[in-house]
Ligand binder design. Structure first.
Ligand SMILES: [Zn+2]
Length: 180
């Protein structure tokens, strides 16, 4: 399933569930658990779509698990906020979009998995954390030889010191024979 379908499907499913909560058909905690499962499946699907392989590799599993560890903690805080204040549907939808936007980063992580890049934007290792707007641009020189030049590109809206330093040292990151 392509990325945009994964994103819209998970968003629709989670919002439909929230509609059920508002209508009194489902408890907030049931919705919380169901949504976390949907996000977990969606990240795995986005990664696999990036690699083009319909199976999650050990590297992929590790990537998705470590990303979900923080994502699901944020999601819990989000649901706690709903439980505390009650959030209207539009606000919930806007916040949920931030979660589904991150599937693009997971998709990229899968796409570039073969190159074993040293870091990924939004992987939590830069000060900008999940706000990171950076991306990799990988110029493949030879698939057979595993040669590529990879550039860490700064996002339009951010300039955190860690990302500036990544952009300076990986400009490009020269991968030759699969090594750098
Ligand atoms: Zn960044």
């Amino acid at each position: 399933m392509p990325l945009d379908r994964i994103q819209s499907t998970v968003l629709d499913d989670i919002l439909t569930g929230y509609g059920g909560v508002l209508a009194g058909l489902q408890s907030l905690d049931d919705w919380r658990e169901e949504s976390k499962t949907l996000l977990t499946i969606a990240h795995a699907a986005a990664y696999m779509d990036g690699t083009g392989v319909r199976e999650l590799s050990a590297v992929g599993r590790q990537y998705v698990n470590s990303l979900l560890a923080s994502e699901l903690t944020y999601f819990d805080a989000f649901v706690d906020a709903i439980a505390g204040d009650g959030l209207d549907e539009a606000t919930v939808q806007r916040r949920l979009t931030m979660y589904t936007d991150k599937l693009a980063a997971t998709n990229d992580a899968g796409r570039y998995a073969i190159w074993q890049l040293p870091a990924q934007p939004r992987d939590g290792r830069t000060q900008c954390l999940s706000n990171c707007g950076c991306s990799w641009r990988v110029e493949v020189l030879s698939v057979e030889e595993l040669d590529a030049d990879a550039y860490w590109q700064i996002g339009k809206t951010e300039s955190c010191p860690d990302c500036l330093s990544n952009a300076a040292r990986w400009n490009p990151l020269q991968i030759r024979g699969g090594n750098y």
